[in-house]
Design a protein around this ligand. Sequence first.
Ligand SMILES: NC(=O)c1ccc[n+]([C@@H]2O[C@H](COP(=O)([O-])OP(=O)(O)OC[C@H]3O[C@@H](n4cnc5c(N)ncnc54)[C@H](OP(=O)(O)O)[C@@H]3O)[C@@H](O)[C@H]2O)c1
Length: 272
Amino acid sequence: MIQNLSKLAVIGAGKMGETLIKALIEAKILAAGQIVATAKHAHRVEEVTARLGVPATLDNRAAVSEAEVILLGVKPQALREVLAEIKPVIRSDQLVISIAASATTAFIERHLEKSAPVVRTMPNTPALVGAGMTALCRGAHANDEHLARARQIFDAVGRTVIVDEKYMDAVTALSASGPAYIYVILESLAEGGLKVGLPRQVATELAAQMCLGAAKMVLETGAHPALLKDAVTTPAGCTIDGILQLEEGGLRVTLIKAVVEATRRATQLIES
Ligand SMILES: NC(=O)c1ccc[n+]([C@@H]2O[C@H](COP(=O)([O-])OP(=O)(O)OC[C@H]3O[C@@H](n4cnc5c(N)ncnc54)[C@H](OP(=O)(O)O)[C@@H]3O)[C@@H](O)[C@H]2O)c1
């Protein structure tokens, strides 16, 4: 159970909000009755209650009023409007957690016009299967305890790391957008398998489990990826021929550029 948390309001329970609610209930960190969710459209409110068993409403103010922790799950473009709506009912003893890309803690604090503690986070969709990666940083009014309370929520869905806020757009481009890059790589590797005769389903399973295994090797051995790559690449073997193709195709530069360009874009999703 999360300390001092009897009610969590998820304002904007979309894909990411639903993932977090589901994980918190499954991990028994919160009971369904300790959560209230909101959405913009009535059909989504009904869907959230039907799928997750949590009370849901269109009324953001009512949800905020009854909660100790408020998780802002709306898109960056909807954040300004939602902050204006909940501003009159926010109290400085409530903890505000945002998962919105691009929105700084200063932006949220400014629009709330209260000294409520704000923790900015950046989760990713593998949270759905308990393999998420979330970075967190604190705003001007948040202390270690606020950060720890926020962290407990995301620890339920994977790994967490505390970073300085100046890194949050880079985190967005790397670990939040990253699953999409890996799906492209995984799909392409599976198609390579297809080209050399493997059935599609087998090729996809081979590629996916291989990606999972390679990632686990990096995390669990702590070894540099280059050393792990060298251990697979035997002299005059077949792997070096594959690597030559990757280098010729500019895979490294392409991936570096993907992160750089997505970081640039992550600074622009919301106007200050
Ligand atoms: N998806 C990712 O991979 C990912 C990763 C990290 C962070 N994030 C962040 O997570 C946030 C949500 O992304 P998402 O992919 O979950 O988007 P999403 O599925 O579109 O969810 C947004 C939810 O906000 C609701 N909403 C919109 N306006 C609202 C309002 N005025 N009051 C209450 N609810 C409102 C929508 O309700 P309706 O359904 O009724 O329209 C929707 O359910 C974004 O800020 C994004 O930057 C996403």
